[in-house]
Design a binder for this molecule. Structure first.
Ligand code: NCD
Length: 309
């Protein structure tokens, strides 16, 4: 198969295992391209992409922009502050105004769950979800799995624990779908107040004890506590959170095997992981960032193949 089964990338939930395989095989090629002295291909010279960011972002925004430029697409950037959104314009109007400038594909990050889905049904462009509220962040999950595949040879059969604020994390949900689709075993670990009550219905086991979770896993994906999404106090103090759910080098070295450490960024050093864990040789945090560009190139390239031109 050399075509995606979807027209938009709204969430991993809508993908098949064969889509992920196609994206990864395509990303392998682009990873080779971005390591050449001339890191560009002319594939999307005739495509225009708008990046609409209604929420803060560093890595994801830069990564998408770089991926688009490495494919030679024309790129326009829009962020909510300083735009007419604050003057009361609707999302559909904003998008349609941008599209009338002949834009083919929209990459959107939005604080509201379902915003990308809504846009895909109401405007005439391909949509890529770059994170919608606490719902999904599909390209992050793809680059996470791609990085596991690169480090451990495959995702199938691996034990992966996602640690921390599962309740507010779009990275967690997209990772659960992606890992399961590829045949990995997934557990979550974190304070009870930050684990969604329905999580077991997704086939995910809860392991409340961090040490046990780490002993079980091949890979630990450490999430940031999403303070900006919390309207309540979900745990007594950051210090207590770190004592129970933070990973430091002593804990890592006390395990019976060497596990892989991942983090989607931004890291709060000293909260979810200490600096020496972030910088340890078993941490693949910067590989994740590097792979993000290749994986996003693959997703954009494959969606653009379906556009009539
Ligand atoms: C994540 C996000 O924004 O959802 N970061 C990212 O995209 N690299 C995770 C986070 O903010 O903690």
């Amino acid at each position: 198969m050399n075509q995606l089964s979807v027209q938009h990338l709204l969430g991993i939930k809508h993908l098949k295992a064969s889509d992920i395989e196609l994206i990864f095989n395509t990303a392998d090629h682009f990873k080779e391209v971005i390591n050449r002295p001339i890191k560009k291909v002319p594939s999307l010279r005739d495509i225009t992409i708008a990046n609409l960011f209604f929420e803060n972002s560093t890595r994801t925004k830069l990564s998408f922009e770089l991926a688009e430029k490495r494919l030679s697409a024309d790129v326009i950037n829009f962020s909510a502050s300083g735009s007419s959104v604050s003057k009361g314009e609707t999302l559909i109007d904003t998008a349609n105004n941008i599209l009338s400038m002949k834009v083919d594909l929209i990459v959107m990050r939005h604080p509201h769950v379902g915003a990308c889905d809504f846009l895909s049904k109401n405007v005439d462009a391909r949509i890529i979800n770059a994170g919608d509220g606490t719902h999904e962040h599909p390209t992050q999950a793809l680059l996470d799995s791609y990085s596991i595949r690169e480090k451990l040879g495959s995702v199938k059969g691996k034990n992966v624990v996602i640690v921390g604020d599962i309740l507010h994390s779009r990275v967690a949900l997209s990772n659960i779908y992606a890992l399961q689709l590829q045949g990995a075993n997934v557990k979550v670990c974190g304070p009870k107040s930050l684990i969604p009550t329905h999580i077991e219905s997704l086939g995910v086991e809860v392991e409340p004890n961090l040490k046990k979770a780490l002993e079980w896993c091949d890979v630990a994906n450490m999430l940031r506590v999403q303070n900006e999404r919390m309207d309540l106090n979900y745990f007594p103090s950051t210090r207590e959170y770190t004592q129970l759910f933070g990973v430091n080098k002593d804990l890592l070295d006390s395990l019976s095997k060497k596990i892989v450490i991942m983090h989607p960024g931004p890291i709060n050093r000293g909260v979810e992981i200490t600096s020496d864990v972030a910088d340890a040789d078993q941490s693949i945090i910067l590989n994740q960032v590097e792979n993000g560009v290749a994986v996003r190139m693959a997703v954009i390239y494959l969606l653009a193949q379906q556009i009539e031109r």
